[in-house]
Ligand binder design. Sequence first.
Ligand code: C5P
Length: 284
Amino acid sequence: MVVHAHAKVNWSLAVTGIREDGYHLLDMLMQTVDLSDTLLVTPASGLSFTMEGDAAGAISEGDNLVLQAARLLRAASNTQQGAAIHLVKRIPAGAGLGGGSADAAATLRALNTLWELNMPPQALADLALFLGADVPFCLAGGLARVRGIGEEITQLPSAPEIPLVILQPEGGLSTPAVFRAYDAQPAPAAPSIDAVEAALLCWDIPALTDSMSNMLQPTAVGLCPEISVCLDALTAQGALHAQMTGSGSAVIGIFPTEDHAARAAAACQAVWKKCWATKSIASL
Ligand code: C5P
């Protein structure tokens, strides 16, 4: 079985509060994009995992969300079945693109099918949240308004593909480190992202680019100033808007056409290794 694990980007991210356990309450507009990892899943007696790709070295055994997802699903469904999982890694780590979360969600979907568990969507979503705050969205895919720490998902109709360039500076960022730094200097108030949702619902690109924001961006720029250089590079290539995704360090640029995005990505690839032309997609 071949499964694609798609990256996500944030059109907007607002921090609206903090829970007693330290997790942050968020209000986000999240979007599946074309850039993906690939999982090859075959029946086996035990659980095994192999990996290839540029980003492969970035994942340690303890952080391996694919194996964690497989073990969790096996325990929750009381099955003894196994699988050999091979991951072709393309989505960079420490980018805010939900790469590890996408792999975990794809593993849950693939093994639910392979092992014929018929686990209902809500039960899978509960397991997903246990694996990480972004995993429930990665399980759902498409376009969604996401609140809570990532578990309150309102699916929105996702229409035309928007051409994007993703660019990551040399250094990645750790999500906990970004939130810790944000807490040291929190923003006074969260902007409403209703205008962003309204713009997305009618695919009004000028209204979208006018209203998008990411409250973690100033903090992340403080930790990794090269983010600003990447934002400027995308703007110089003609991006309608450039903004950091998630907790960084990758940034996205919105482009008027796929050709323009491809040319911009080619120009940036002369300087940066981690740069892709991609687009938003309506569903997984
Ligand atoms: O859930 P996940 O493992 O992806 O989160 C990694 C870390 O990021 C958490 O331990 C927490 O420090 C931070 N985080 C947060 N609020 C969120 C999501 C993540 O504070 N909504």
